[in-house]
Design a binder for this molecule. Structure first.
Ligand SMILES: Cc1cc2nc3c(=O)[nH]c(=O)nc-3n(C[C@H](O)[C@H](O)[C@H](O)COP(=O)(O)OP(=O)(O)OC[C@H]3O[C@@H](n4cnc5c(N)ncnc54)[C@H](O)[C@@H]3O)c2cc1C
Ligand code: SF4
Ligand code: SF4
Length: 421
């Protein structure tokens, strides 16, 4: 294993207790096919020892690991107890009198993966809307409101840039999203629309090479798991090497039940098996349980049940119970609103101010179908629960150790560690 030759020479030298090395993350998450390519480990590593393998788009060690444990502790598929990051659930307006019970038992593996029982509300929600940009960017996915909100924040000087996903420059990678920091309105608009691949978004928080002020203020757009990793790092304030987690002032989660491996979905399933010309594609969408792909001339290139593509989905997504991006400032998706609009859950004051700033650029109205959000969230949790059950059946020793390792760091909420064997 790259970078670990030195460990062979360490035989007989006692290791300080409690260390977790990158190779444990590699064994328990990456090689186990559970990585959801969020980039948290890359951003968390204080010695910048983790990079992204350009062939696999997975984390890899690029220099010596110090065994500091942080990649493991912050990994949403490793030691991160992501439900501990979610603000307490709010009551639904129809159930004002029903007290909300928020369990947080670190020893309960059920919470590790599902974050709570099915149908646990939408999380903390200050306001909720169906929203559409008055002028949509070309290629915008639904209401075009993520791009509109970021544009307004940039114009007002509230942010200096945003981590978004733009199309890859590599002609061999058509329709692949890659993470970038957009610092101009043109770059923001060029990044509108959804890519159904993970981009290791948080690795883009290494801001070297971008023209940004010394103390930049950034937005991050990411899938809920990426926002979980971000929030964990922000909450615990460990040094994060070159990655400027501290610079993020606005976190926007895209509602998400599933993401895909780029090569498996776009190249093998769509291009090779179905003969799609990816250069003609204008939009890829997963909606109402179907995969929809459209060509620029309006032709429908694919309209099939999403289950046909299950083999191309990231396996680690089965364990995810955070469809709604509970730890974000704003959660945005298509479910809950009519076609051409986006559903927006405003979760924090920062989110409320961002919407307020963009108001002149937006049409707002009440959500068309808020129940659809709760129903899909409950389904997402049930899938995660089944995934957990399969793991408990097949890999009980891993979970027995789940509660073993609670923080010894006074005053922090360091995650318990599941040690892969
Ligand atoms: C993998 C994935 C799965 C999704 N699943 C669902 C779902 O199940 N239900 C649902 O309601 N909505 C889902 N969405 C969200 C939906 O597709 C739209 O992104 C959302 O409605 C916002 O649309 P918009 O027109 O307002 O945003 P736009 O103005 O089009 O802006 C979208 C922003 O997201 C960024 N972005 C695009 N792809 C990615 C990516 N892979 N990672 C990080 N940032 C990215 C873009 O760069 C852009 O800044 C998913 C999105 C993704 C990327
Ligand atoms: S899931 Fe995220 S943090 Fe964990 S190994 Fe993969 S990229 Fe790193
Ligand atoms: S389903 Fe969950 S784990 Fe998978 S990409 Fe979406 S938010 Fe991340």
């Amino acid at each position: 294993m790259k970078g670990f030759g030195i460990r062979d020479q360490m035989n007989g030298v006692q290791e300080p207790p409690g260390k977790t090395w990158f190779w444990e993350l590699e064994a328990g998450v990456i090689d186990a096919g559970r990585c959801i390519q969020c980039g948290t480990c890359v951003a968390a590593c204080p010695s910048n020892s983790i990079g992204v393998n350009p062939d696999t788009d997975l984390p890899e060690l690029v220099k010596m690991c110090t065994g500091c444990s942080l990649c493991w502790d912050f990994c949403p598929r490793g030691g991160l107890r992501y439900e501990s990051l979610w603000p307490p659930s709010t009551r639904s307006p129809e159930a004002e009198d029903v007290p909300v019970v928020v369990r947080s038992d670190a020893a309960d593996p059920y919470w590790k993966l599902t974050g709570g029982p099915p149908g646990d509300g939408l999380g903390a929600v200050l306001e909720q809307y169906a929203v559409r940009a008055a002028t949509k960017a070309d290629g915008a996915q639904d209401g075009g409101i993520v791009t509109a909100i970021l544009g307004a924040a940039l114009a007002a000087g509230d942010i200096d840039g945003a981590v978004v996903s733009r199309p890859s420059d590599d002609p061999d990678e058509p329709w692949k999203g890659v993470a970038t920091v957009a610092t101009t309105p043109e770059e923001l608009r060029a990044a509108a629309g959804s890519f159904y691949n993970q981009t290791m978004a948080l690795s883009a928080l290494d801001l070297a090479g971008y023209d940004l002020p010394e103390r930049p203020r950034l937005a991050v757009v990411g899938t809920p798991c990426e926002i979980q990793g971000l929030r964990a790092m922000q909450a615990r304030r460990w040094p994060t090497g070159a990655h400027r987690v501290d610079a993020v002032v606005l976190a926007i989660a895209l509602l998400c039940t599933k993401s895909f491996d780029y090569e498996a979905l776009m190249l093998r399933e769509l291009r090779d098996k179905r003969g799609l010309d990816l250069d003609r594609v204008s939009k890829v969408d997963v909606i109402h349980g179907r995969m929809i792909v459209e060509y620029r001339d309006g032709q429908l290139a694919v309209d099939e049940p999403i289950k046909h593509f299950h083999g191309a989905a990231l396996k680690g997504c089965d364990e995810c119970a955070d469809f709604l991006g509970r730890s974000a400032d704003l959660s945005v998706g298509s479910v809950g609103s009519l076609a051409g609009w986006s559903s927006v859950l405003v979760r924090t004051e920062a989110g409320r101010l961002a919407v307020e700033r963009a108001r002149g650029r937006l049409d707002l109205r009440g959500l068309d179908d808020p129940d659809a959000l709760a129903l899909l969230d409950a389904l997402d949790k049930r899938i995660a629960e089944r995934s957990l059950q399969r793991k408990l059946d097949s890999d009980a020793p891993l979970f027995i150790e789940f509660a073993e390792h609670v923080s010894s760091y006074a005053g922090t909420d360091r995650a318990p560690v599941v040690r892969p064997r």
